[in-house]
Write a protein that binds this ligand. Structure first.
Ligand code: HEM
Length: 511
């Protein structure tokens, strides 16, 4: 009887809470009800499919910082913040108290001990060695020549074919293949040629996509649940295991091919300076903890750079062309700038030209690229945890190991950060009165992260994006295939649309 009595009391309490939730006038519809035991999880689960729009609304009405309460004992409380002062505090001025930590390494275990998971001395050595490569003149030349080569041999034939046959093209797929080919070329020296008219299936590229989705779910599921799924080989966790096996196999193949090349001396000469060759020849005395003769070290480095370079740059390009489709006046301005700065003598068949011009002269184009990266940041969120309890500039107290999430996608659209026109595409925002590119501090424009862990591939990404933009805008008109087509974003660690971005292509006639 006592049990029935207490059940009735619990039911009555539950109904009371339900009514309060449904009929509360003060509550903003995007804010979640904090239920006993379950916390905000029920409402959050409903919002996951529209995560990106939901988090914008929540942060707008929560003064840029919102505490999500997870179920009791699930260790799932999350502090979402896009407050630039908090971001500066965590990523820049108090960097030492905010390492990636063991949670990060567990969620991203597919990356092994690569730079994304590393902390402290290991991270310092990985970063120093990667920085030495990426800032090397030969590598920068190789980046340009490899990008132009994939543009001329993969992208141009495909777009010419689509224009001639009047077939639809999925630009998201095209750009993913483009950056897969350039990234693999920069990492291994070999072009896998996934971008071609017959669009072959590439197992490693598909695997990366599956891994990105599974890793996102590890961020928002109770840890115990995804651990269980992993243990019983179920759902996205099963997919993730499969992708890791594919990545291991593919990396092992490239590593042994490269070792063989180096042994036989058949390594391409000239400006080719790929990442594997660089790491295999690394001077071990200069770096602690890095072991170039260990295949696991090379595998982890390769996988980290594939994730870093491939889908990020392609997502930036998809967002850029999507925004251009809505802003024809920006297209006209970019074309005007290209003709003024790069006269038409840049012959489409001459590969050496585009990689020799100074792309930085294209100021308006860069403004447009930054604007696309602000509105569609390829890494839509990042997370950190304090090693020791701390108080953020916003006044929020955080215990050690609290998960703090920075939803960069929402950050680029916050009116209180970017002004009332935050959601509009305005390349002019990035151009100073003197006609130069304006600098925005990274804790406000955080698409490339901020502080000591700022992206080190930013210049590689911008070079690739500028080359693709010039190649396409000089030669083609890109027309959104269906009126009313939307970019339906998939919750993932890298921005991606569910149904791609379908366009038709025609040859551009000079105006
Ligand atoms: C538009 C393209 C890109 C965007 C938006 C982007 C963004 C980011 C972000 C947000 C981070 C911080 C991630 C974290 O701390 O977990 C990061 C780190 C990093 N990025 Fe990029 N990235 C891009 C392209 C590239 C490219 C092309 C490369 C390599 C060639 C690259 C290499 C790296 C590396 C190595 C790190 C780790 C830095 C560290 O932990 O010290 N990125 N990037």
């Amino acid at each position: 009887m006592a049990l029935i009595g207490s059940l009735e009391v619990s039911m009555a309490f539950f109904v009371f809470l339900l009514f309060r939730f449904l009929f509360s006038k003060k509550r903003h519809h995007a804010l979640l009800t904090n239920w006993p035991f379950l916390g905000m999880l029920p409402g959050f689960t409903v919002e996951i499919p529209r995560f990106y729009d939901w988090i914008i609304q929540v942060l707008e009405v929560s003064n840029l910082t919102f505490l999500f309460k997870g179920p009791i004992f699930a260790g799932m409380d999350l502090l979402f913040t896009v407050d630039p002062a908090n971001i500066h505090h965590i990523l820049c001025s108090n960097f030492v108290n905010y390492p990636k930590g063991p949670d990060f390494g567990e969620i991203f275990d597919a990356l092994g001990d690569g730079i994304f998971n590393a902390d402290f001395e290991l991270w310092k050595n990985l970063r120093k060695s990667a920085h030495a490569l990426l800032s090397h003149h030969d590598f920068q030349r190789f980046t340009k020549s490899a990008t132009v080569s994939v543009a001329k041999r993969g992208l141009v034939p495909l777009l010419d074919h689509a224009a001639k046959k009047n077939t639809l093209v999925d630009l998201q797929d095209v750009f993913q293949r483009f950056t897969f080919d350039t990234t693999l070329t920069l990492i291994t020296g070999y072009n896998p040629k996934s971008l071609s008219i017959d669009m072959p299936r590439v197992e490693l590229a598909d695997a990366v996509e599956d891994a990105e989705e599974a890793i996102f779910h590890r961020h928002v599921k109770p840890r115990i649940l995804w651990k269980l799924q992993n243990w019983i080989d179920f759902g996205l966790e099963k997919k993730l295991k499969n992708t890791v096996a594919i990545a291991d196999r593919e990396c092992a193949k490239y590593i042994s091919m490269k070792r063989e090349d180096l042994r036989r001396g058949t390594q391409p000469k000239g400006d080719a300076m790929d990442l594997l060759t660089y790491y295999m020849n690394l001077d071990e005395n200069k770096y602690n903890f890095l072991n170039p003769s260990d295949d696991k070290f090379l595998r982890d480095t390769m996988v980290s750079f594939i994730l870093a370079g491939r889908d990020t740059t392609s997502a930036g390009l998809t967002g850029f062309f999507w925004l251009l489709s809505k802003n024809p006046e920006a297209v006209a301005k970019i074309r005007g700038e290209i003709s003024a700065e790069m006269p038409r003598s840049i012959n489409r068949d001459d590969e050496t030209q585009l990689d020799q011009v100074d792309l930085n002269k294209l100021v308006y184009l860069h403004g447009a690229l930054y604007e696309a990266l602000r509105l569609y940041p390829p890494v839509p969120f990042n997370h950190k945890s304090p090693a020791k309890a701390d108080t953020l500039p916003s006044g929020h107290k955080v215990e050690a190991n609290t998960k703090i999430i920075f939803p960069f996608y929402a950050m680029g659209r916050m009116r209180s950060v970017w002004g009332d026109d935050a959601s509009e595409f305005k390349p002019e925002r990035w151009i100073s009165e003197k006609g130069r590119l304006k600098h925005e501090p990274s804790f406000k424009f955080a698409s490339f992260n901020a502080g000591p862990r700022t992206c080190i591939g930013k210049q590689v990404a911008l070079t690739q994006m500028a080359i693709v933009a010039v190649e396409i805008l000089q030669n083609y008109d890109v027309i959104t295939a269906t009126e009313g087509q939307q970019l339906e974003l998939v919750p993932s660690i890298i921005l991606r649309t569910k149904h791609g971005y379908k366009v038709s292509i025609t040859k551009h006639r000079l105006g």
